[in-house]
Write a new protein. Sequence first.
Length: 403
Amino acid sequence: MRGGRSDRADQRARQDHVARLARAAHQAQAERQARAARQARAARETWRARRPGWVRRTWARHPRLAMAARAAVATALAWMAAHAVPGPAADYPYYAPLGAVIATTFTLVGSVRESVQAVGSIALGAAVAYVVGALVPGTGAPAVAVVVALGVLIAGWRRLGAMASWVPTAALFTLVIGGPDPTGFIGAYTGLTLLGALIGVGVNLVLPPLPLAPAQLAMERVRGLIVEQLRDLADGLDRDEPPEAAEWAQRRRDLAPALREMHDVVADAAAARRWNRRSRRYDAATARQDRMAAALQRTALVVEDLTGTVTEAERADLEDVALGPRLRPHAARTLRTLADVLVHVEGTAEHPEAVAEARRALEGFAAEVTHGPAAGHLVAASVVVALRRCLVAATDPPVAPAG
């Protein structure tokens, strides 16, 4: 009897244990599903919160997206306008979108300039073909050769700028396609191109481009290269023996391509501000951008000179080095603190602690150079001067002139 009750109790206990395990497993599964749902909901909310900023950043960093959008709008409007033009021009509606594409550039000033140059080039080429067609009958090889030769010669006129290649092209088109009615073709070709260009300029006037983000990214690349160069120099000097010439060569950064890119995009941003109704809203940003570009330009030139001095005068294969084991640690510390300042390039008031630390390191290095032996003193002193110029360029960027 007792054995039966014990067996039933054991059975109930096992059943209760299995039930508890099942409830625990079900609860764990429910918690996992709820957690996954919360994570998915949070991810969706994060995406919704970040999406506008991401779109704006992508749009700002890639001005060709905006350029493509303006070109699409301008060409569509030009195409519709061309079909509304009566007369012979209706046979050549595609020249209007061509003019709109020509007028779509990164700057409003460039849009006007290139439109005038393109229409002028097309008109000159068409005139050349008209005159040659009147003098040389037919469209044979002699006529083609003459119009192309004259077109290429006229394309050398500097005032036509980048659009000069349209002179021989327009001359050839007019000669071959103009056929029996060259006057009508010239009117359609030149007139529709001008119409499309005016529409393109109008679109740029309504939606003026202002590519500030690419200039900022180019400056960040230059700044990053300068900081890497200074830290690489510091790592090379922070050792008992200086590096060999081959190792120094590996530690040198080529700043020239990044500097050229920065110069070009900053110049494009400056050109985009002319006649631009949006530019007043960004006066502070553009002025700061000009100051930073000037500071980075001067700093890069000083760092290149400093890099050449250090890598040529502090090598393991030299009997007499400029710094030696006593000055190398001080120079390395100064280079690192200067790199920390250059991470910002915002002026003295923005990061006073980093600037103060760099100045202390620089003055300590200068004191060691002054009280050291005469060997290598001039080269070491030139390193101090270069570091001081670097610090001044990074912490006191001049205000760029207006306009």
